[in-house]
Write a protein that binds this ligand. Structure first.
Ligand code: F0G
Length: 459
């Protein structure tokens, strides 16, 4: 008999979880104003809010912490990280930052001006936030297939070249400081971008003299999908694929809290020395001196080790197979999710799960609240709340999809936890007809409102 699949690691340290009662959870979610960001972690049983900064570090990463060099300037930890970034991505220059959005803040301070246009696949919310904060416009050019959760397409993160060229042709080229490709595309469901698409975008960008930047938060998961789905890459290693991917980028920002499996950290990678020099000034102002940029030496060490572990095939296979395990359970229960199953998370299609709740009443947030009450599982809304208001008209922006994301921390939960999540959702799905009323906003911030919004049930 063929031996079944098993994780490529064993567990050395554990953290206790506390189960709660439904009554407690009803009280807590009301106190939290129906916003799961306001819950305390001890009020949560299984936390699928994010895969960002929530992974379990390895024994080797923990031991690297002890070797951190905390020199203000020129720390060996910086040079370790510099070597890894050169080896893995091929970037000659880099700036450490404390996380992904900090990298965006520093780089966009140089590149993005009022009135600019930044096309890409689908920008992550902080990326869009940093663009719009500078009175520029972020334009999503993802392929149409990404907006239909039932279509099977191996690379739903791909940029639609027709849409991209339309944006370029209809705007002065000097108003387009860069094209951003997000790997994997978080907003469309953790969906990968093919190497062929990266090449095509790059060649179009060069035709018009525009820079290409990779938002690299989940670059290794993207490489795993290239290896397992794209013709010609099945026999290449993840690192070979990553090297090839970054031939088609002029620079990158990375939130290392994802594929580098650390709790905090980020960087900007550059091929262009001039841009590196201009960005250094902002790094020093916002983050810290160029050889630490908001990170401790020990954190740079753990991050460096994490970059190597995160680009190991056996690790990635274990990771992606757990996401598939949860996704397949939900599919077997008939629950509508984004197909194919993505890299870091399952995205439940709430327009099909709760069709009786109006989109204006924050359909996806309603399911997030129900799931929490049912089981103590915390997911997150990717829908109208997260889409914010239009910066000009201040009207709500209604995205094409209302999604609930269940993001899986790396190396943290077992498949028994996944069974709890799937069963809880099945219980809600069985009684979905009874859920007809949604939520309304009591209080909201002008930008990135979903983090702090306060809601109440529609009477
Ligand atoms: N880019 C992508 C694609 C992301 O998913 C994130 C964060 C960032 C940039 C910003 O990085 O958090 O380190 O400042 N995503 C997290 C998530 C928050 O839950 O998906 P950061």
């Amino acid at each position: 008999m063929k031996l079944p699949f098993a994780e490529s690691y064993k567990i050395k340290m554990v953290e206790a979880l506390r189960r709660s009662t439904r009554e407690e959870r009803v009280k807590w979610i009301e106190e939290a104003k129906f916003n799961v960001f306001n819950l305390k972690s001890e009020q949560i049983f299984i936390d699928l809010l994010t895969d960002s900064g929530t992974g379990a570090m390895s024994d080797k990463q923990w031991s690297e912490l002890m070797l951190g060099d905390e020199s203000y300037a020129g720390a060996s930890s910086f040079y370790k990280m510099k070597n890894a970034i050169k080896n893995i991505f091929g970037f000659d220059y880099f700036l450490p930052t404390h996380q992904g959005r900090a990298a965006e803040n520093v780089l966009f301070s140089v590149l993005v001006k009022e009135g600019d246009i930044v096309p890409g696949n689908a920008h992550f919310d902080t990326t869009k936030g940093h663009i719009e904060f500078r009175k520029a416009t972020a334009i999503d050019c993802t392929i149409d297939e990404a907006y239909n959760t039932t279509i099977q397409h191996p690379f739903k993160g791909n940029v639609d070249l027709g849409k991209l060229e339309h944006v370029i042709k209809n705007n002065p080229v000097e108003k387009i400081p860069m094209i951003i490709i997000t790997l994997t595309c978080n907003s469309s469901g953790g969906q990968p971008v093919s190497l062929e698409n990266m090449k095509q975008v790059y060649s179009m960008a060069k035709k018009y003299g525009i820079r290409v930047l990779f938002d690299s938060a989940r670059f290794a998961e993207n490489a795993y999908f290239i290896k397992t789905r794209e013709k010609g890459y099945e026999n290449k290693t993840i690192r070979e694929i990553v090297k090839e991917m970054y031939l088609y980028a002029d620079g990158a920002t990375m939130s290392c809290k994802k594929d580098a499996i650390v709790n905090m950290g980020g960087f900007i990678g550059f091929k262009d020395k001039e841009l590196y020099k201009q960005s250094s000034m902002y790094n020093i102002m916002f983050e810290g001196f160029v050889t630490y940029g908001g990170m401790s030496g020990r954190d740079m060490n753990a991050l460096t080790q994490g970059l190597y572990e995160g680009t190991d095939f056996d690790y990635l296979e274990t990771r992606i197979k757990q996401v598939e395990y949860l996704g397949n359970k939900l599919i077997n229960f008939g629950i509508p999710i984004q197909h194919p199953i993505g890299g870091h998370a399952i995205f439940v299609d709430v327009m099909r799960f709760l069709p009786h709740v109006p989109q204006e009443q924050f359909q996806a947030q309603v399911l997030v609240v129900e799931l929490y009450i049912e089981s103590g599982v915390r997911g997150v809304e990717i829908g109208t709340l997260m889409a914010d208001r239009d910066p000009v008209t201040r009207e709500n922006r209604y995205p094409e999809l209302e999604l609930m994301r269940l993001a899986l921390p790396r190396r943290v939960y077992t498949n028994n936890h996944m069974d709890v999540v799937a069963t809880a959702l099945k219980n809600i799905y069985d009684r979905r007809e009874t859920i007809t009323k949604g939520l309304q906003i009591v209080n909201e911030a002008p930008i990135l409102r979903h983090f702090t919004v306060e809601l109440e049930r529609v009477k």
